[in-house]
Design a protein. Sequence first.
Lengths: 245, 245
Amino acid sequence: MSLDVASLAHSMRDRLPPKHDAGWTLGISRPEAMAEPAEKAARHLDLPARQTILDEGDEARSLHVILEGSVMLSKLLPDGRRQIIELLGPGDVFGLCINRLSDVTAETVLPSRIVVYDRAVAESSPSLQRLVADRMKAQICALHDHAMLLGRKNAVERVATFLMRLVPNRGGQGCAGPLAAGKADQAQVHVTLTRQEIADYLGLTLETVSRAFSLLKRQGVLAYGRHDDVTIGNVCRLCQCTGSH
Amino acid sequence: MSLDVASLAHSMRDRLPPKHDAGWTLGISRPEAMAEPAEKAARHLDLPARQTILDEGDEARSLHVILEGSVMLSKLLPDGRRQIIELLGPGDVFGLCINRLSDVTAETVLPSRIVVYDRAVAESSPSLQRLVADRMKAQICALHDHAMLLGRKNAVERVATFLMRLVPNRGGQGCAGPLAAGKADQAQVHVTLTRQEIADYLGLTLETVSRAFSLLKRQGVLAYGRHDDVTIGNVCRLCQCTGSH
DNA sequence: CGAATAGTTGAAACTAATCAAGTAAAGTGG
DNA sequence: CCACTTTACTTGATTAGTTTCAACTATTCG
């Protein structure tokens, strides 16, 4: 039993993205073996980037599972302050809430394919239930990390942490660490969010995010021409900037 | 082993007054009908306040359900910065993680009763599964709110939001709002966390928390002599200070 | 090519952190 | 029971980091 879970968990973590850019350009893809349960009563959505799926306060009686692409969840304060709460990728779920109203707005970041299950269907399928429980655990851990970032990290640490998420298989618990040093430890990441979106995710202003990028560039940790194609010269060095190592 | 812990807990317990309003003094109790599933293979813990249950990085292969009391989950950065991630009450669950290691430290805030189910047991009981799924949804929503607080609210808003959580049946989605105005809208709350803990929860320093308390007191929103027994003169007025309304 | 959008950079303002001193309450030992 | 220590909280002065405001640059799109 525990061996089962262990090997599944392990394969989840080490698997590489199945397709080119879709998920991991955001660094949030965890494209594990995803149960594809009975497709009865499931609606499929095929959405372009920056499309709203669900508004804060909307009726939310269905379970959404991301097949491909990425989705961001955000909240607004009455005076317009926005916080992007979660960045989700393939396998992640959203749209579930205790009371029937969504507590967040959900919109695509990239063109995305999403399956929508009716609440009743979702709750009657054990395999779906299992998928949902596992993803929720993962998302809770991600929210824990993010609370630490928002509560205790400074601007550069936040931006560095964000960028590390974009590097597949790094920055998490299983970060290779300085072990891998010595060999060229370069990475290319594609930043799909605007500076404003990054700011709203990191609890900063877009100016502060821009300054942090510029600082890391000036220090030689990053290099970029177009602002969305970033080369990380030494991943470990960037990792050192996150405050977590 | 577990007996050891239990008896230790009992001997230390006498030093602290066991209050039975324990849960809601933190405002986090949601004492609904909680399924009490097959108690087989369940270990019960009876712990005094400020007792560590689980350390960040510990093996975490069991599901913990809070029956009574309250528990805080926290994380540390290598340089000692701490963030309290969640404040949990009766019915809430913790100790589950995708990989086998706990991502947080868990410790009691009040004397607490906790059931610990072995992972295998938890995963084989449909009723437990259901409980866990529901609680996780609720906790995710709470984490969403908290991310908004940490990312976008100022010091006074954070403290006001924290205090509102201590008022039963207020501050949430179902806040009565200014409707209830006119009648005396007073509340007494017992603050069980120290200023340092509140600060670690709200992403502030203890001095800033203290100043926010003092400011709200000076403005007549709060009154208190002993720093842990706070009278909220007008709940709606405090609610106005949270930034959420 | 001009307009619009996104990003960068600088200076000033402001909020919260830090440093430091002082007060209040609780616990300890004579 | 009282001085003494410890712990928790408060308050003030100063500093640091981020936000705000503003100007400017680069890129994308009709």
